[in-house]
Design a protein around this ligand. Structure first.
Ligand code: GDP
Length: 196
């Protein structure tokens, strides 16, 4: 798929305001600062991701279209320490609903910093996805920060931890900076959008 043809469609203040639930969409999610915007920009070869990064402010869900019935969804980063508990709960609830109800959601890309993956909120998300039979591609970002040996060990460890969930979960090292894992990301998306 020509991901460089992705076009910004809308920013929705919440999940109920997303485009019509038809066709196929893939969502990108991760703790704030995990490298989600960089990954989306690397994938699409554009400066797409403009989600507000100010903690405590309304965070928008950006939608990018690939063609009439294929979309990338950029979910707000989670895990801001300073966000009020009320907001966190509200976001978690709507994220849970999104995962459970959204018919067009074909897969989720979960981005985690390779130096500290599988935090509680990451696990919540991955568990929700597994429980809803939504496949997950876990990208361990900023892999350029680790030497090869440590990087491989980290990937294996995360694979092993997630294998216990017995769900459709794939794990790759990723670096927007070095282009590492970019092909694997595109292949996985092709698989979700176009079928195997
Ligand atoms: P987001 O909050 O998840 O959208 O994260 P960003 O994409 O804005 O990245 C957060 C920070 O990590 C920025 O300072 C980026 O420059 C840095 N970063 C993102 N991807 C990489 C990467 O592949 N390698 C390195 N070394 N830094 C990265």
């Amino acid at each position: 798929m020509p991901y460089n043809r992705a076009q910004f469609v809308t920013s929705a203040p919440d999940i109920s305001r997303l485009p019509a639930d038809t066709g196929i969409e893939v969502a990108f999610a991760g703790r704030s600062n995990a490298g989600k915007s960089s990954a989306l920009n690397a994938l699409t070869d554009q400066k797409l991701a403009r989600t507000s990064k100010t903690p405590g402010r309304t965070q928008l869900i950006n939608t990018f279209s690939l063609d009439e019935d294929k979309r990338l969804i950029d979910l707000p980063g989670y895990g801001f320490a300073k966000v009020p508990l009320e907001m966190k709960k509200k976001w978690q609830k709507s994220l849970g609903e999104y995962l459970q109800k959204r018919q067009s959601l074909k897969g989720i890309v979960v981005l985690m910093d390779i130096r500290h993956p599988l935090k509680d909120l990451d696990m919540d998300l991955i568990n929700w996805a597994a429980g809803s039979d939504i496949p997950v591609l876990a990208l361990l970002t900023k892999a350029d920060k680790l030497k090869q040996g440590k990087r491989k060990a980290e990937v294996l460890q995360v694979r092993k931890a997630l294998a216990e969930l017995n769900a459709d979960i794939t794990v790759h090292a990723f670096s927007s900076l070095k282009g590492l894992g970019l092909k694997e990301l595109a292949w996985q998306l092709d698989d979700w959008f176009l079928g195997p």
